[in-house]
Design a protein around this ligand. Structure first.
Ligand code: GLN
Length: 511
């Protein structure tokens, strides 16, 4: 890798965009540089399930022509900068699998709304990133195809379910990525890979074309290496879409403006609420140390820090593991061997009926974790148990929403660690679903309440691995978290002498 190339791919997306506008580099050159990094890094990182090389270069050429013809003025700031996309989001003409054998070989006939918006913005798509099958997991180990490695230590997981998107951005394979967050799948991998990951307000970004896991919790959002980049990307993909009935009919709030405001590092007048329940037992000391230092920096910039209590967060994980599997069991009923992907005929000697074909297809096509959740969901929704399980979980959900409402009366933003621990080793939590589920204990309350939340890098723990710092804002007020997040990022980078990723060893770039 030439020095110029590795310098280029280490820039933030906003810096890349500025170089493109200044005609110092073309979108094609940038895309080519990223493809070269992907080629060099993939043997070590395994972030991608599919690299859409030809399509990305074509999209870059099309943008470069528009720029040369003077037709790029009205395009978003990030025009020309490429994006990697979690393979949970459908892309026309590009294979989409949800990392499941049941969708292997499926090529969608349409684009998700977010993909249409990227294309309209002149942002090429580099490829599809790995995940836990149907976004169910916290380590990307449940992918049917491969395990993605954490760029900070390739013996460790990148988190999940969106480990591919986080690792791709963390390893400089892509400046930006899209993820989906149902119970932390953007923020937890971001915490574990030292990237920025945002779950927007529920309804803030269209879910049309996002493969459904648990529809009342799912949300698409950005992954990046800087807060401003995430804001700019969310502005591209966000906003009302009439094809998603839960989409909020309002414009995207001024996110980039809030991030730029935050970069001035003045938080006077802002009240920051420390969520008492998201810390203590189960949280690694090195995580809590970096988190507390971050809180101190917010204070130094003028923020007033108060402790808030959200007593029902203690039940969020339990209620999530009723509501989410219930929705999973319903959403995944569509994979029946009839419509898309895999079809397995019943074994010879058994009746060749449709029902037997469906059973054989689902037996062969789904992995163990997905099957576990379908069974859980069917049980929770079954007659006689519905009120006891699903009904109670929905009540808990309301109590969590009220906890947030109360907390936001006392503070403008809430904060917590982005994940209780740093990246764990492959296999560590695979035999213990409950330990795996606990990985998202700090992230799930935001999905239950529909509130926006994000994780940003807070430094390295004493084990040398990234720690995430999480911000929560009130519903439909995503800009409120971008300001302190950008301020904290600026304060930390002033201490580090640059982005945290400057300390990442990148042998795959020949360094
Ligand atoms: N780890 C969570 C789960 O397994 C997260 C899922 C998600 O956000 N897609 O359900």
């Amino acid at each position: 890798m030439s020095a110029a190339k590795s310098e280029l791919v280490k820039l933030s997306a906003a810096e890349m965009a500025a170089k493109i506008r200044a005609k110092e580099v073309s979108s094609r050159e940038l895309v080519q540089a990223q493809l070269d990094v992907i080629d060099a890094a993939e043997p070590s990182i395994d972030a991608f399930l599919h690299v859409s090389r030809e399509e990305a270069l074509q999209q870059a050429d099309a943008f470069d022509e528009r720029l040369a013809a003077g037709e790029a003025d009205g395009l978003p700031e990030l025009a020309g900068v490429p994006v990697a996309v979690k393979d949970m989001i459908v892309t026309k003409g590009i294979p989409t699998t949800a990392a499941s054998k049941i969708l292997e070989g499926w090529v969608p006939p349409y684009d998700a709304t977010v993909i249409e918006r990227l294309k309209a913005a002149g942002m090429p798509i580099l490829g599809k990133t790995n995940l836990d099958e149907f976004a169910q997991g916290s380590s990307t180990e449940h992918s049917a195809f491969k395990t993605t490695k954490n760029p900070w230590d390739t013996r460790r997981v990148p988190g999940g379910s969106g480990g591919g998107s986080a690792a791709a951005v963390g390893a400089f394979e892509a400046p930006l990525a899209l993820g989906t967050d149902t119970g932390g799948s953007i923020r937890q991998p971001s915490a574990l890979t030292g990237t920025v990951g945002v779950k927007p307000t529920y309804g803030g970004v269209s879910r049309y074309g996002a493969i459904a896991m648990a529809s009342s919790l799912d949300q698409i959002g950005p992954v990046s290496r800087s807060v401003l980049d995430a804001a700019l990307l969310q502005e591209v993909i966000g906003g009302h879409d009439k094809r998603d009935s839960t989409s909020i009919p309002k414009p995207v709030p001024p996110l980039a403006q809030a991030a730029r405001e935050g970069m001035k590092m003045d938080l006077k007048g802002m009240k920051v609420g420390l969520v008492k329940e998201l810390g203590g037992k189960g949280y690694q000391p090195g995580v809590e140390a970096r988190f507390n230092e971050g809180v101190k920096l917010l204070q130094d910039m003028g923020a007033e820090v108060v402790e808030v209590s959200c007593p029902h967060f203690a039940y969020a994980l339990a209620a999530y593991y009723i509501i989410m599997p219930s929705e999973v069991s319903s959403n995944l009923a569509r994979y029946d061997g009839m419509r898309y992907g895999l079809r397995v005929m019943p074994p010879e000697g058994t009746p060749q009926t449709a029902a037997n074909m469906m059973a054989a297809t689902r037996e062969a096509g789904f992995g163990d974790e997905v099957k576990r959740r379908i069974i859980l969901g069917i049980y929770a929704l079954s007659a006689g148990y519905y009120d006891a399980w699903y009904g109670s979980a929905q009540k808990v959900r309301t109590l969590i929403i009220r906890d947030f409402e109360e907390a936001f009366k006392q503070a403008d933003v809430l904060v917590s660690p982005g994940s209780p621990t740093t990246a764990f080793k492959f296999g560590d939590r695979m035999d213990d679903p409950l330990a795996m589920y606990l990985s998202d204990v700090a992230n799930i309350p935001a999905n239950m309440a529909g509130t926006p939340a994000m994780s940003i890098p807070a430094g390295l723990s004493d084990d040398g691995l990234p720690v995430g710092f999480q911000f929560f804002a009130p519903q439909m007020r995503d800009e409120v978290m971008y300001k302190p997040a950008a301020a904290l990022e600026a304060a930390l980078q002033a201490q580090w002498g640059g982005p945290m990723h400057k300390d990442l060893k990148t042998p795959w770039l020949g360094e």
